[in-house]
Design a protein around this ligand. Structure first.
Ligand code: C2E
Ligand code: MG
Ligand code: MG
Ligand code: MG
Length: 285
């Protein structure tokens, strides 16, 4: 489906059906191997800024896979593949270990890691995450788990318990791509999460579609009323940034401030304590 589209898709899904199926099998096998050996996999890190102080407050870890033949494949493609092929738990563990190690080594305030809704079916998820943090030496309050709204809609006792346990451990839970799913206010209240991440599709229409301005303001007000933090995703222009700051959005993330960058680039930039200036933000990396 369209969501699985991305770089590599045209090449991978072109040609006669039997070839497409064979190619996909090969890629599955390659992904399994990449996860087992760690080869070709990496995390990119995107800084997240406080809109008050313009300083980097934390980072989001974003998976990258450089396929030996097809090159860089989009996470939307290979994460879906991992979910379908039963590889997502191993992948998720790898990503968490990697991100935690990086945050410890570079003294990063906190790191956000995306967790698949499929991983949330595991009743021991919170316990496993906690064990990895202990192994890597990262304090739980320096981890944020990002999940899409869809996970709440499963409305399962397992999901409920997991979110509760994570938060009891001190791990923050953020709702990713907020506004694109179907969360109701009652869901939000009964689950309890720490942060809303306003989806890029809203941010990109700020200042263009005034209805969107009102919706974003409403999300920010809702978050404040429920004592949640708000991050705007996909901030690409100064105008969007200014509007979000005027609206009281606490955190900003997007290409305007910094693209996702490699671990080495981020470590170097953060080591120099680069700040985004209010007028012309420094692009880290
Ligand atoms: P996400 O968690 O919502 O991550 C934000 C996506 O927006 C990233 O795409 C990021 O590169 C992109 N982005 C950030 N700022 C801007 C901007 O200003 N403009 C535009 N156009 N895009 C921006 P990416 O890296 O391709 O990741 C796509 C999705 O794949 C992520 O969306 C997340 O849902 C998933 N994903 C990535 N890494 C992981 C992972 O380790 N585990 C899991 N389960 N999912 C992951
Ligand atoms: Mg995310
Ligand atoms: Mg998002
Ligand atoms: Mg997403």
């Amino acid at each position: 489906e369209a969501k699985a589209a991305g770089k590599g898709r045209h090449e991978i899904f072109a040609g006669p059906m039997d070839e497409v199926v064979a190619r996909r099998r090969t890629i599955e096998k390659d992904l399994r191997e990449a996860i087992n050996t760690g080869t070709g996999l990496a995390l990119a890190y995107q800084p997240i800024f406080s809109s008050d102080t313009n300083t980097m407050v934390g980072i989001e870890a974003l998976a990258r896979w450089n396929h030996p033949v097809h090159g860089a494949l989009s996470p939307e493609f290979f994460i879906t593949l991992a979910e379908e092929r039963g590889l997502i738990e191993r992948f998720g563990n790898w990503a968490l270990r990697e991100a935690a190690t990086f945050a410890v080594k570079n003294d990063i305030p906190w790191v956000a890691v995306n967790v698949s809704p499929v991983q949330f079916r595991d009743r021991h998820l919170a316990q496993k995450i906690s064990a990895i943090l202990s192994d890597m030496g990262l304090e739980p309050n320096r981890l944020q788990i990002e999940v899409t709204e869809g996970v709440l809609l499963q409305d399962s006792p397992v999901v409920r318990e997991t979110i509760k346990s994570l938060r009891a451990l001190g791990i923050a839970v953020a709702l990713d791509d907020f506004g694109t799913g179907y969360s109701s206010i009652s869901y939000l209240r009964s689950y309890g999460v720490d942060k809303l991440k306003i989806d890029r599709s809203f941010v990109s229409k700020l200042g263009i579609d005034l209805e969107v301005n009102s919706i974003v303001q409403a999300i920010i007000d809702l978050a404040r009323a429920m004592k949640m933090t708000v991050t705007a995703e996909g901030v690409e222009t100064q105008e969007q940034r200014r509007i979000l700051m005027d609206m009281g959005c606490a955190e900003l993330q997007g290409y305007l401030l910094s693209k996702p960058i490699s671990d080495q680039q981020l470590a170097a930039a953060y080591g120099r304590r680069l700040m985004a200036s209010p007028s012309a933000p420094v692009r880290i990396g």
